[in-house]
Design a protein around this ligand. Structure first.
Ligand SMILES: NC(=O)c1ccc[n+]([C@@H]2O[C@H](COP(=O)([O-])OP(=O)(O)OC[C@H]3O[C@@H](n4cnc5c(N)ncnc54)[C@H](OP(=O)(O)O)[C@@H]3O)[C@@H](O)[C@H]2O)c1
Length: 309
């Protein structure tokens, strides 16, 4: 099965407008014909002649038309937050996709998932419980599959490190959750896209956890971010319990800045898995990205000050 130009066809479920999708598009577009399923228009897809089908994938009952001539399925669709009903609808749509792909004999199925989390969250958090349900359906399907589980991602417009820099820049103190001795190994979204392209062409099945090339103590990474902003680190030290409570308060106020499960996960020291081996050139470190982002903020601040003056 191939696309109209003879290139293999990739179905991107969740589309190329999100953090990972924005890197997937340039990585795959010269080698694949891309069909993309998601809800909101993405300008880059038009320019790249991607076939966009505007749809909520949780609502798709019959996946056959979307799977026509598809060689590889890549699922990126997920929410960062929501209640059980929201996740259940999406998970059920994705489970129907897995079954339809099995029946259609789709050659390869790639799923981007998340690394292991504390047991309590795995059991009770809809975000995780439904994610694992979809992962299990893929693993049990008999399809040739790879579940790729990256830790914290970075890239233009990310909502973790980019947001942290913004807060450090804007406010006199930054919350330090617990002792800051736990680890993170950030992965570039562009490296994840390279891994996905390798995996799309591969035939091994199973699950891989992916960390970036460097494993940092969280407090060392935040110190580094302050230094790139040209500021002395100033922390508001919080116990683990107060850290989760603060995030819960922010979440209850309706902000998407930070969710309490994200803080619990960070504190659990499970977000620093080892790097993925096998990329050439090797995975990129996070420092140049942080330096660029910090410089952009400092440059922005300077020009805003000039404008104000
Ligand atoms: N960001 C991270 O640090 C990180 C780390 C580990 C794993 N992951 C995983 O990587 C995957 C991609 O994450 P991301 O950060 O790129 O997320 P993202 O920026 O939120 O992008 C997800 C995309 O999915 C689409 N989508 C969501 N619900 C949909 C629905 N019901 N129907 C159709 N499309 C839907 C959205 O497009 P529309 O709004 O156009 O529908 C959105 O652009 C997710 O599975 C996530 O769990 C992310």
């Amino acid at each position: 099965m191939t696309g109209t130009t003879g290139a293999p066809r990739l179905l991107v479920v969740g589309g190329t407008g999100g953090l990972v999708g924005r890197s997937v598009l340039p990585e795959f577009m010269s080698r694949y014909e891309i069909r993309s399923l998601h809800r909101h228009p993405v300008a880059a897809e038009g320019a790249a002649r991607v076939e966009w089908v505007p749809v909520d994938v949780g609502r798709i009952q019959d996946w056959r038309p979307f799977l026509e001539d598809v060689d590889v399925v890549l699922n990126l669709a997920w929410y960062r937050y929501g209640n059980a009903t929201r996740f259940r609808h999406l998970a059920e749509g994705l489970e129907r996709l897995v079954e339809a792909a099995r029946v259609a004999g789709t050659g390869r199925f790639l799923q981007v998932s998340v690394p292991p989390a504390p047991d309590r969250l795995e059991r009770t958090l809809p975000y995780l419980a439904y994610k694992r349900r979809v992962d299990r359906a893929i693993a049990a399907s008999g399809l040739s599959y790879r579940i790729v589980r990256p830790t914290m991602l970075f890239g233009a417009g990310d909502r973790l490190l980019g947001t942290m820099l913004r807060l450090m820049d804007r406010y006199p103190v930054f919350p330090m959750f617990g002792d800051g001795q736990y680890h993170v190994s950030p992965v570039a979204a562009s490296d994840l896209a390279r891994i996905l392209r390798l995996e799309a062409a591969g035939d091994g099945s199973g699950t891989i956890d992916v960390g970036g090339p460097e494993r940092y103590r969280y407090c060392d990474l935040t110190d580094l971010m302050f230094s790139y902003l040209g500021k002395r680190p100033r922390y508001w030290h919080l116990s683990p319990r107060s850290s989760v409570a603060l995030a819960q308060l922010v979440q209850d106020l309706g902000s998407s800045l930070l969710y309490s499960y994200e803080v619990e996960w960070l504190l659990s020291d499970l977000l620093g898995p080892p790097p993925f081996e096998g990329l050439d050139p090797p995975m990129v470190r996070v420092e140049p990205y942080l330096q660029r982002e910090a410089l952009r903020r400092r440059g922005g601040g300077a020009s805003a000050a000039v404008r104000r003056g």
